[in-house]
Design a protein around this ligand. Structure first.
Ligand code: ATP
Length: 641
């Protein structure tokens, strides 16, 4: 219903069953999605388009739908394969110049005015006089060219990339250049998060199946089938986050058949389960009242999801599903010693922690971050790591997500073994007494950990929930007890030049959180104290190449006025004394006032997180509310403020 008659004809008119999908149809759909702010309408528009792609795909062709979905979420492969775009502004400007004959200076001037290189590319193309119409672009041609650009590396790769982009742009018509350039930049900015794409995909598949079978459903039945379909695809995808697997299975076995054909598979990393912050042991006890729970050390290292395939291949994946096997060849090598003979294949959830092999002492995350990220040779390794296993998600052909933590933990302990300095089970205590938990918390900090993770142990509340920040896992950090509850992971979006001795570097920075619903960065604070000269220099070296000539359109600025803007890419972990309302910043803004951090303090760079993984506004709002609640309780008790 969201499609107007004219647009409907525009999109539908473009191709026949079995023909390649025209890229123009996708670009048109993107333009319609971008033009509305209504969430339901956005989903309906994408559903209509995906429905057409399914209906018009030849039998056995799952590639058309697969490539369409990838372009809608602006990715080119599953996360763990890591084929990524994110082409720099200057390269794109060069290509736009070459394909339209406009000078770099005019393109830059336009960019300053518009703030969106996609729009500049489209306008440049559309104002160009051409003698004949270029051959229409197909979606699959665009997809394979984007992949080629992403995969080009090494000698003269920049020139090769510019040449492919130039050719692509030369063939663009209508809205195409805008979305191709934005895809290349790595941000579509149409306000359609992956969650909505998954819902649209499910709806399209349900509707296509219904129409193919010639079924007539009542409105209620249709609504419930659509909802059910979305739940199935979401749950299947959370176990097997690879469209390469899920989409062909969806077309072959239908929505209902997906669960039987797509299950957690070693080799395909799942998004890890995350925890909610708590400020006091009392809060933990309130939450887990009358339920069995366990407290585990919260190790201060890097999350490592370790997979072993039946053929013995071992893979180590990060929190973001990046393949870290090249960063941790020592873990890969150590692993066979840690498993018992009965263990043939598994997926283990663990923390890799830097350790001093002579004293057996754990070392802080900073030590671990000194390791190279790529192409590490075991013989060159200075900082050794010990793996602390805390969960088992798959064992010998069977997914364990729907077993209780108690059962998973038993299986873990039965099928793995401790190797001093190489592998151990996360230290835990199942006591439910406040005193014991307090003692265990203090012990964990003495042993070099950040605090505790408190987890539901039994019933379905203890199932493993991939990608969820779940209330059934609570984190209790020593730091929280004094501050607002948790550190925040924020994106550096702007810089302020330093004063005095510091004029050659940035002396302060503008930080933002990320709202994945609106795909928007919301400013939250300026941070500028507590940095050493060396730290400022090294931040400058990292951030200088990310300077932009104009603030990006997806940054909700508010009243902040930094001297320079950055490509939102770098994530910092930050602590704060408390949260307050401010008319300057836009985080969680309601009625002109956003939430801001007071006395923010830099903790570390989070290079295991992308800008999209930054703390979400809802989490910040939750922190703000729980702080307000704690303050009002304090006042009631006569604690003043
Ligand atoms: P943070 O910002 O607190 O470092 P995060 O945002 O990456 O963490 P959280 O859910 O907040 O994720 O905290 C859980 C993290 O703590 C896990 O990702 C994991 O790396 C680490 N961790 C250490 N010990 C454990 C444990 N015993 N159980 C689960 N996670 C653990």
């Amino acid at each position: 219903a969201a499609l107007s008659r004219k647009n409907d004809v525009d999109i539908k008119g473009g191709w026949k069953t079995g023909d390649p999908v025209p890229y123009a149809a996708l670009a048109k759909t993107f333009a319609l999605i971008e033009a509305t702010t209504k969430r339901l309408e956005k989903t309906a528009l994408l559903t209509s388009f995906l429905y057409l792609v399914i209906q018009r795909s030849a039998d056995g062709d799952s590639n058309s739908l697969l490539q369409t979905v990838y372009l809608c979420i602006n990715r080119l492969s599953p996360d763990y394969v890591g084929v990524e775009l994110g082409i720099g502004e200057s390269l794109l400007i060069k290509a736009i110049g070459e394909s339209t004959g406009r000078s770099i200076a005019t393109i830059k001037a336009d960019l300053k005015k518009e703030g969106d290189l996609g729009l500049v590319a489209m306008n440049s193309k559309n104002s160009q006089k051409t003698l004949f119409k270029p051959k229409p672009l197909t979606l699959s041609f665009v997809f394979s060219n984007l992949r080629e650009i992403a995969l080009t590396s090494g000698h003269s790769s920049q020139a090769k990339k510019v040449s492919i982009i130039t050719k692509l742009l030369a063939a663009c018509q209508g809205h195409e250049a805008k979305y191709i350039v934005r895809s290349l930049e790595g941000k579509l900015r149409i306000g359609n998060a992956e969650r909505s794409v998954v819902v649209a995909l499910a709806h399209a598949a349900v509707l296509a199946e219904k129409d193919k079978a010639g079924k007539k459903w009542s409105k209620d039945k249709l609504t419930s089938r659509l909802e059910e379909g979305a739940n199935i695809i979401k749950s299947v995808y959370s176990e097997l986050p690879s469209y390469d697997e899920v989409i062909p299975a969806l077309l072959k076995h239908g929505v209902e058949g997906l669960r039987d054909h797509c299950k957690l598979t070693p080799g395909v990393p799942l998004k890890p389960m995350l925890a909610k912050p708590t400020k006091a042991i009392g809060e933990v006890l309130d939450r887990f009242e009358n339920k069995r729970f366990t407290s585990e050390y919260k190790y201060d290292g890097e999350r490592a999801q370790v997979h072993m395939l039946p053929d013995g291949t071992v893979g180590v994946f990060s929190r973001n599903s990046e393949d870290m096997s090249k960063k941790y060849p020592d873990l890969v090598e150590q692993l066979p010693n840690c498993i018992k003979e009965s263990t043939k294949s598994f997926v283990l959830d663990a923390e890799a922690v830097a350790i001093d092999r002579t004293t057996g002492k754990l070392m802080p995350f900073q030590e671990l971050s000194r390791r190279k990220r790529k192409d590490v040779k075991v013989e060159d390794i200075q900082v050794r790591v010990c793996l602390f296993g805390f969960d088992l998600l798959y064992l010998n052909g069977e997914p364990l997500l729907k077993k209780s933590l108690q059962e998973r933990r038993e299986l873990l302990r039965k099928h793995f073994q401790t190797v001093p300095g190489e592998f151990d089970f996360a230290k835990s205590s199942d006591s439910e007494s406040v005193d014991d938990i307090q003692t265990f918390l203090e012990q964990s900090v003495k042993d070099g950990c950040e605090g505790l993770m408190v987890k539901m142990l039994e019933t379905d509340a203890s199932f493993y929930e991939p990608s969820r920040r779940s209330i059934n896992w609570l984190k209790l950090k020593k730091d929280y007890l004094a501050g607002v509850g948790d550190s925040l992971d924020l994106v550096v979006v702007g810089g302020y030049y330093g004063k005095g001795k510091r004029t050659n570097v940035y002396g302060a920075f503008l930080l933002a959180c990320y709202d994945s619903d609106s795909e928007e960065f919301q400013t939250i604070c300026k941070i500028g104290t507590g940095f050493s000269e060396e730290a400022l220099q090294s931040h400058y070296d990292v951030l200088k190449p990310l300077e932009l000539s104009k603030v990006r359109g997806d940054i909700k600025i508010g009243g902040a006025k930094p001297d320079v803007w950055f490509e939102p890419q770098i994530v910092w972990e930050v602590l704060t004394a408390d949260l307050s309302l401010s008319p300057v910043y836009t985080a969680c803004a309601r009625a002109e006032r956003g939430i801001s951090l007071r006395f923010p303090r830099f903790v570390r760079i989070r290079d295991d997180k992308g800008a999209d993984d930054a703390t979400a506004p809802e989490q910040i709002a939750e922190m703000y509310e729980s702080q307000a609640l704690a303050q009002s309780k304090g006042k009631k008790k006569g604690g003043g403020d």
